[in-house]
Design a protein around this ligand. Structure first.
Ligand SMILES: *Cc1c(COP(=O)(O)O)cnc(C)c1O
Length: 401
């Protein structure tokens, strides 16, 4: 026996299962499409692919607005949205519902915006549209220039009701721009930018959109472009105007295009359109239903439980699970070290928790593998369990097979 050899068999050999809420599991066809030699960037296939990706991106969020692609993660899209539409000293209202809108607001403050945070009623609920309506109605001088909200908060797994938030602006005819971060949800959850009256939507490639991290997206409507005319936070790299300048294609990217990622994005969009957007959303709802059934079955007073109280507010893209008396670090460590399953870290100081991502390129064997492995580790730990989550998940999937 060599010194490195383990004294007992390890079950972690095999493909590592990644069940974190982004980056998600990438389809092989996307990875293969990215693995190609560099082409001419001034003419030919690259320009065709770039043009077709830009033409198809609005369909993903159902808008007639203009799409922009930045070479960045989601934080870059946050900055693109703010800098193209706002001016130093203007007020933005951040609708807190977990972590991510707050971080977007922190970025806005660094840019010199006046940031007000409207907290959610509790850490376990989403944005309260009535509270938003009250705050906007009180802003009779229309000082608030933009409202910032996430559709799904990846820390808590809450889904906010974007149409209800739009209605809250409309109730007082408030002119603020509505900016929605769909980084966790686009490609997983129903999203209707124009029908819902969203002015700016942002996303990133590595979650529901199934392309490795490196691209972010911003879709802007006519009202957002009107704001661009007076915005003084505009900076060279992010500027929509130069990206819209049609004389040279590279300007759409403020420089060399993200070649490999564009080929990957083309392959991902082809997968979306082959499956059909309605089916993509329905598949996520069904798979999320299996996760929710598992958590429900596992739940006990001192053990596992949902982080989000109201079933109607639970995301179809990711689920945050409270662990109470169960040692979450041990759960995650054993899952990864002993079984090759990577679970999402809990983000947030209070209540111990972990996260299961169920976004993007996902099917029942992948999901049941994750749920079954979690259950096995919980047994190994002697953790309190209400019942079998795997059995509940299988039963939830059965009517759809
Ligand atoms: C992941 C995520 C982000 C951050 O995206 P990065 O690509 O890491 O910058 C922002 N908002 C939401 C809702 C997210 O899920």
């Amino acid at each position: 026996m060599s010194a490195a050899e383990s004294p007992r068999p390890s079950l972690r050999h095999g493909r590592v299962a990644l069940s974190i809420p982004g980056p998600s599991v990438m389809p092989d066809v996307v990875l293969q499409a990215m693995h190609r030699p560099m082409p001419n960037i001034y003419e030919g296939e690259l320009i065709d692919v770039s043009t077709s990706v830009l033409a198809d991106l609005p369909k993903i969020v159902r808008t007639d607005g203009t799409p922009y692609i930045a070479i960045s993660n989601g934080h870059g899209a946050w900055e693109m949205a703010l800098t193209n539409t706002l001016s130093r000293g203007q007020k933005v209202l951040v609708l807190e519902s977990g972590r991510f809108a707050v971080v977007w607001g922190e970025m806005a403050a660094i840019l010199g915006l006046d940031v007000e945070v409207l907290p959610a009623p509790s850490p376990h609920t989403g944005v309260d549209p009535a509270a938003v309506a009250d705050r906007l109605a009180a802003d009779t001088g229309h000082e608030i220039a933009a409202v910032l909200v996430v559709q799904v908060d990846t820390a808590t797994s809450v889904r906010n009701d974007i149409p209800a938030i739009r209605a809250a602006l409309d109730a007082s005819d408030h002119p603020a721009l509505l900016m929605v971060d769909g980084i966790a949800s686009i490609g997983c959850e129903r999203y209707e930018m124009d029908a819902w009256g969203v002015d700016i939507t942002i996303a990133a490639s590595q979650k529901g959109l199934m392309v490795p991290p490196g691209l972010s997206f911003c879709w802007a409507n006519a009202k957002a472009h009107e704001a661009r005319r007076t915005a003084d936070l505009v900076s060279g790299y992010w500027d929509w105007n130069q990206r819209n300048d049609p004389d040279q294609h590279y300007k759409r990217y403020s420089g060399t295009p993200p070649i490999s990622h564009l080929f990957g994005m083309r392959a991902a969009l082809d997968l979306f359109f082959a499956e059909g957007l309605e089916n993509v959303w329905a598949r996520h709802e069904i798979l999320a239903g299996a996760v929710h059934a598992a958590v429900e079955a596992w739940s006990t007073d001192d053990g596992l439980g949902f982080f989000i109280d109201d079933p109607a507010e639970r995301s179809f893209a990711t689920t945050t699970i409270r662990t109470n008396s169960i040692d979450v670090d041990e759960l995650r460590r054993r899952a990864e070290d002993e079984a090759g399953l990577v679970l999402g870290l809990g983000i947030g100081a209070d209540d111990p928790r972990f996260r299961i991502g169920h976004m993007g390129h996902l099917n029942p064997p992948m999901l049941l593998g994750t749920l079954g492995t979690v259950e096995a580790v919980l047994h190994a730990m002697g953790a309190p369990l209400g019942g079998s989550g795997v059995a509940a998940a299988a039963a939830a999937l059965a009517p759809h097979l």
